[in-house]
Design a protein around this ligand. Structure first.
Ligand code: SF4
Length: 272
């Protein structure tokens, strides 16, 4: 397995407006409430954890260069330069013509480099809506990037879905949820993604839904829960049972949460 990102060093570095990337490309969104919409994806390279269901191990560590649909550039890249690449990629893609242009900053884990996310969003300004796809482990970093975010897709990693030495991330998730709640009605819309595998316990689903439900009407209006049956890949050999999907829906409903059950559509389309 590749070396994990040094999260301590990265945190010290994270406010700089640069990040190593893996790729910049245009495709359709395959997850969450914007599924099927054309977007430019900026995939950051580095991730401090190891999900058992991970489908992007190529983004665990940074290479000397990254690819975009037009060439190759050296890592790390500044946020304002990445913004220029985003606009070029959108202009040359079948999926880049919708307005507002939506830009998904994904990974890896983009919040290892919150200064980059802030710089990218600032440089794009009114030309784009910035979506952040994050493991939601670092509330301080989320707060740095927050001013430019229009939408956040935050993971809530359930026990059984992470490598054994990653510990329990739920306290970190709760801290990130607090940051998103505190943003109020002017804050980004929020999808919280629960990936369902057969190693997930119903008890843990209920606890997660209790964490997510805390908050007033404003929070519930901005929040959607994405119950994502796992795509068998990496360390996951089989699809999740229908019974667990039903249990997840019941847990969400019991806590007054809006949810949708949605697989990774881009995988079914054979797209990135
Ligand atoms: S946070 Fe994302 S990139 Fe990192 S291991 Fe999990 S799924 Fe893979």
């Amino acid at each position: 397995m590749a070396e994990r990102g040094d999260s301590g060093a990265a945190a010290a570095d994270g406010r700089r407006p640069v990040a190593p990337l893996h790729e910049v490309f245009c495709s359709v969104q395959g997850e969450g409430r914007f599924v099927g919409e054309g977007m430019v994806f900026v995939r950051v390279a580095t991730c401090p954890i190891r999900c058992r269901y991970c489908d992007t191990p190529q983004a665990y560590t940074a290479s000397r260069e990254f690819v975009w649909e037009g060439g190759v550039e050296a890592n790390p890249v500044r946020g304002d330069r990445a913004a220029e690449l985003v606009m070029q990629v959108a202009a040359n893609s079948a999926f880049g013509g919708q307005r507002p242009l939506r830009v998904s900053v994904t990974g890896g884990e983009p919040l290892v480099f919150p200064g980059f996310v802030l710089a990218l969003g600032t440089a794009l300004g009114c030309d784009a809506r910035i979506h952040l796809e994050t493991a939601a482990l670092d509330a301080v970093a989320l707060g740095v990037a927050l001013p430019v975010l229009d939408h956040v897709s935050a993971d809530y990693k359930l026990p059984g879905t992470l490598a054994a030495d990653d510990g329990d991330p739920r306290a970190a998730h709760r801290n990130c949820l607090d940051v998103l709640r505190a943003a109020g009605s002017a804050g980004p819309t929020v999808d919280v993604k629960l990936v369902l595998t057969d190693d997930v316990a119903v008890h843990d689903l209920r606890l997660a839904c209790a964490d997510l439900a805390a908050g007033g009407d404003d929070w519930h209006q901005r929040l959607e829960i994405v119950l994502q049956p796992v795509t068998p890949t990496g360390g996951i050999a089989r699809p999740v049972s229908a019974a667990l999907v039903e249990a997840a829906a019941r847990a969400a409903t019991a806590h007054g949460l809006r949810y949708r059950v949605l697989p990774q559509v881009h995988k079914q389309l054979g797209m990135r």
